[in-house]
Design a binder for this molecule. Structure first.
Ligand SMILES: [Zn+2]
Length: 114
């Protein structure tokens, strides 16, 4: 490969920059997971999966929709007070069954608050 003057230098610089960018991206990903490490792990735990299943079997409808007089089937079990805000992850009183729509609305509100 014939080298123009300065080309090797430019290639080296480019390679260096790519390494740095990759490292930075990795760093950012870690930062994201660090902001919710316990909650993140918790959602994969068997005890949560069991509790969620049990709660949903007793609450097949979206509780937020029901309050408005709308009947919608629940898609997921939500923590009323988020775990990241100190909510009890395993307390039945801190759980509610929600549809995707109500869950998204709730979390959009929480994001706007903080
Ligand atoms: Zn709903």
């Amino acid at each position: 490969m014939p080298n123009k003057p300065g080309e090797a230098y430019l290639n080296r610089e480019r390679a260096k920059r790519e390494v740095l960018q990759k490292r930075w991206r990795k760093h950012e990903d870690k930062g994201y997971n660090k902001s919710r490490p316990e909650a993140h792990k918790f959602y994969y735990s068997p005890r949560w999966k069991k509790l969620r299943q049990w709660y949903r079997s007793g609450h097949p409808l979206c509780e937020a929709c029901l309050k408005r007089g709308v009947v919608t089937s629940a898609d997921l079990v939500d923590h009323i007070v988020p775990i990241t805000d100190g909510g009890d992850p395993m307390c039945v009183n801190n759980l509610q069954a929600l549809c995707h729509r109500c869950h998204n609305i709730k979390h959009a509100k929480e994001r706007n608050k903080g």
